[in-house]
Design a protein around this ligand. Structure first.
Ligand SMILES: NC(=O)c1ccc[n+]([C@@H]2O[C@H](COP(=O)([O-])OP(=O)(O)OC[C@H]3O[C@@H](n4cnc5c(N)ncnc54)[C@H](O)[C@@H]3O)[C@@H](O)[C@H]2O)c1
Length: 377
């Protein structure tokens, strides 16, 4: 492990809810780091975390936590407060590892990246599905052209969230959650798809409300094109009882699939050669002997290694804006009814600030209220 720094990185966590334990585990697994303190605006949550994690110090607020001398702040709060907390961390000289989605809008994310650049600190967004030995292997082969030209892809996030999930006050509304499952859930698979295929070129999207009482969508559909010529069909749903997260990429020489739910290991990946592809070619596709699944641990390890060595962020944490751009383009396209090109995305000033967009409501009661039975399919 690169170790240009003699002292361990001092890590802090803001927000000690559900995902914070994954960060604490990743910090504990890393030799050159220590968790020096946590804070949560609900002190009982911070206290419960401290009890789970060996009595780590709890600070009354973020300023007090940063004042402990934090090198890396892990932001594990809801997305509506990520931007302000990241900016505060950069001002205090800390690097930031921030949970997805980075922020509620690209404008907020721009504020975070500008503050990082001004302070010469790094901003890593947690898209842990980029990690794992299989994803790295497949990405390397795709980049080397070993599968021939990639042609067509599907990207599905078919999850199930009951009505109670949307009833939590900060969820299901544009102001505090920022968007629906496309932003909150689908972004993981979209991010992995773009990690494998590179920059996107065009997006057209539709937002649907099919089953839940929510101000946002509960399902979205989209078609994306990528700079390398791939066309991808995307479905994101919060209504799907048999849950899966799936990506499929058909190239000239192979079909590559990953089917999982919240994380993948080698067993979740499959590479199927096209008829007639010789064994000399397919031998090189075999997944490596050494296996590590995707997760927070490899992500934090790779980011910490880079920070300690003074290197740029690794591929598992670069392009912080790319998947939020794709998501923004899906919402913007749903609002305008037209495809959105990557170059034109930032002309849509309203969608840079908020993803709020019209949602087509096809629930029977909504259709009856509108008196437009004919529109229902
Ligand atoms: N990477 C993943 O797979 C993954 C999985 C789950 C959640 N997440 C993301 O992690 C973030 C947190 O989600 P969660 O499920 O842990 O939520 P949660 O509600 O369980 O926890 C959030 C915590 O933040 C605290 N908090 C809220 N506002 C605060 C503030 N201003 N200052 C200090 N503390 C504050 C809350 O009291 C709560 O304890 C979200 O961005 C979510 O999308 C990522």
């Amino acid at each position: 492990m690169p170790d240009s720094s003699p002292t361990p990185l001092r890590a802090g966590i803001v927000g000690t809810g559900a995902i914070s334990d994954s960060h604490a585990r990743a910090i504990a697994a890393y030799d050159g780091a220590e968790l020096v303190g946590v804070t949560d605006h609900d002190p009982t949550r911070a206290a419960a975390f401290a009890e789970r994690w060996g009595g780590v110090a709890t600070a009354p607020d973020l300023d007090a936590l940063l004042a402990l001398g934090v090198d890396v702040l892990h932001i594990c709060t809801p997305p509506s407060v990520h931007a302000d907390q990241a900016v505060a961390a950069f001002a205090a000289g800390a690097h930031v590892i921030c949970e997805k989605p980075a922020a509620l809008s690209l404008a907020e994310l721009d504020r975070m990246t500008d503050a990082a650049a001004a302070a010469d600190r790094r901003l890593a967004i947690v898209f842990q599905q980029r990690t794992g030995t299989a994803a790295a292997h497949v990405r390397g082969l795709l980049q080397a052209g070993a599968f021939g030209r990639p042609l067509v892809a599907t990207c599905q996030t078919l999850w199930y969230r009951p009505q109670e999930y949307f009833d939590v006050p900060w969820r299901g509304n544009w102001a505090t959650e920022g968007g629906g499952p496309t932003l909150g859930h689908g972004i993981h698979q979209l991010d992995l798809l773009a990690h494998l295929l590179g920059d996107w070129a065009m997006a057209s999207g539709q937002l649907w409300r099919l089953g839940r009482e929510t101000a946002t969508e509960d399902v979205s559909t989209a078609v994306l094109t990528f700079r390398n010529g791939v066309v991808a069909s995307v479905v994101t749903s919060a209504l799907s009882p048999r849950e899966t997260s799936s990506i499929r990429i058909d190239t000239e020489l192979a079909t590559i699939t990953v089917d999982h739910l919240y994380g993948h290991a080698h067993e979740n990946w499959r590479i199927t050669p096209a008829p007639g592809v010789p064994a000399e070619t397919t031998d090189a596709w075999r997944l490596p002997e050494h296996e590590e699944g995707s997760g927070h641990e490899p992500l934090v390890r790779e980011v910490y290694d880079a920070l300690r060595a003074g290197r740029p962020l690794p591929a598992v944490a670069d392009h912080p804006a790319r998947s939020l751009e794709i998501v923004t383009a899906i919402y913007a396209s749903a609002a305008s009814g037209s495809p959105v090109a990557a170059e034109a995305l930032r002309d849509d000033v309203a969608h840079l600030r908020s993803l709020e967009s019209p949602v087509t409501d096809l629930r029977p009661a909504a259709g009856a209220a509108r008196g437009d039975d004919a529109e229902r399919v």
